[in-house]
Design a binder for this molecule. Structure first.
Ligand SMILES: Cc1ncc(COP(=O)(O)O)c(C=O)c1O
Length: 464
């Protein structure tokens, strides 16, 4: 099945017909959207054959599609909703702020409290600059690093995602040789050095061969929130070598920030970068991000400091920087995370679910595995049909391309469709992100849905 063209497997699959039967409203909207948006979509990760699900409303850990079907949600607002959908305190803060005003074209008290909370929680955050997205945060992090060091290159790790600006495209899903992706000029990719995660010798060699590296950026728990895991010792290595070579170390904590722990991966793992990019949870589920870090580096955004030093200030406008509604949501969410055990609950639920999914895999005798760290689960669909079992599977010892490769394969679509048919929304990994409000009943139902999906896949001959 994985090698068949969509038309072939779509028309032959019972899972697909069950999905179509259940979601006629989504199919109708998808037909309308097909003419409006490329692929009918507004975000690449929502790509699903035969069509994407259209959601009408959500609450807590659940969401409902336009046909009224209920799903347990593990997309979690792309990782922004650790407190689940519509947490009452976040909703109240947003409603109150919306009534007061959405944009003052001025500084406002909420941005001050928002930044204070970030500084109280994230160890590397000596100073803060708000952006509208994670993409903008990594873009600014890179620019600051270049201006600070006077160097031009950056080193990134293959498959790690840091947003979609020109420096971050090659080597994420393709172009692992560092050649430019469509629309990106070679001059940009020439300034990007790609390295392999966990490869200390290769990374050292790349750094030593390129004395012009301004920044090293990494998703600290691994590409796609640990789908391709990073050894914690590799972070220590990066911290040491970047210090040695005067390189700015940037942790991209857009997903891990306020999730792995209240202070992110850096607080949990005890490795403090120079700069950190934040988004998603930082804005409580509304649009927003921030680049935070060392006072001296952030000083390049400061009018007086740059003047005093006689260096050029980095420009940073942005209509929605620190907008009051995102600030209100961010303050509410971060306050809850700072004062409760929400992070621990999300992590514990994910660990429990990984165990339950592996029980289902074992019961169905399928050579797959559920794995992951912190509040995530990833399903390894074993594209090379290796002889594995959940008990012995070691993601760190597995080829990253095999770990990451499923998202584009037909099998990932079918797993998602099967889970939809059984009342669960997971991401295209396939995998999912946990919230602090998923219940034990949710986890049990999810494992049952997964087992039912495995049975459907077996019936269709996909797991032979
Ligand atoms: C690790 C990481 N960095 C950066 C980004 C980009 O953030 P945004 O989608 O807000 O631009 C994402 C988005 O998923 C991400 O996961």
């Amino acid at each position: 099945m994985p090698d068949q063209a969509p038309a072939q497997w779509l028309s032959n699959s019972l899972i697909v017909s069950k999905y179509r039967e259940k979601t006629p409203g989504s199919e109708k909207l998808a037909r309308q959207a097909a003419d409006l948006f490329p692929s009918g979509l507004t975000h690449d990760s929502r790509y699903l054959e035969p069509y994407s699900l259209y959601v009408d409303r959500a609450q807590g850990s659940h969401k409902w599609d336009v046909d009224g079907n209920e799903y347990i949600d593990y997309f979690g607002g792309h990782g922004a909703l650790i407190l689940g959908h519509n947490h009452p305190e976040v909703t109240k803060a947003v409603q109150e702020q919306t009534a007061k005003g959405s944009h003052f074209g001025a500084s406002h008290p909420l941005e001050v409290r928002w930044a204070e909370l970030i500084r109280e929680m994230v160890p590397s955050a000596e100073r803060v600059r708000f952006t509208s997205s994670g993409t903008e945060a990594t873009l600014m992090g890179l620019r600051l690093a270049r201006a600070f060091t006077g160097r031009s290159k950056m080193l990134r790790f293959k498959m790690h995602f840091h947003g979609w600006h020109d420096h971050m495209t090659s080597g994420m899903a393709n172009h692992f040789d560092g050649s430019p992706t469509a629309g990106v000029i070679k001059g940009v990719t020439d300034s990007v050095v790609l390295a392999d995660t966990n490869d200390e010798a290769g990374t050292r060699k790349a750094i030593e061969a390129n004395p012009d590296i301004a920044a090293v950026i990494i998703e600290p728990t691994g590409a796609s929130f640990g789908r391709v895991p990073v050894k914690p010792s590799f972070l220590n290595f990066l911290r040491k070598i970047t210090k040695e070579k005067g390189i700015v170390l940037i942790f991209d904590e857009v997903v891990t920030g306020f999730r792995v722990s209240r202070g992110g991966a850096q607080a949990e793992l005890g490795v403090i970068p120079d700069m950190t990019s934040l988004a998603k949870i930082v804005a409580g589920g509304l649009p927003g991000g921030a680049i935070v870090g060392r006072k001296d580096i952030m000083g390049l955004l400061d009018f007086a400091e740059t003047k005093a030093k006689g260096v050029e200030k980095i420009q940073h406008p942005g209509t929605y920087n620190a907008n009051p509604i995102s600030a209100a949501a961010g303050i509410a969410a971060l306050t809850i995370l700072k004062t409760t055990d929400a992070n621990k609950r999300a992590n514990a639920s994910a660990e429990k679910l990984r165990g339950l999914l592996n029980d289902a895999i074992t019961a169905e005798n399928v050579p797959w595995a559920a794995y992951g760290t912190y509040a995530a689960f990833h399903i390894f669909t074993n594209p090379k049909r290796r002889d594995i079992s959940p008990k012995t599977f070691d993601a760190l010892a597995t080829d990253p391309e095999e770990l990451k490769g499923a998202w584009s394969a037909n099998i990932a679509h079918k797993v998602r469709l099967g889970m939809f048919v059984n009342g669960v929304d997971i991401n295209a990994g396939p995998g999912g992100i946990m919230s602090a409000v998923h219940t034990d009943a949710d986890l049990e139902k999810t494992a049952a849905a997964f087992r039912a999906t495995l049975k459907l896949l077996k019936d269709e001959g996909d797991l032979r």
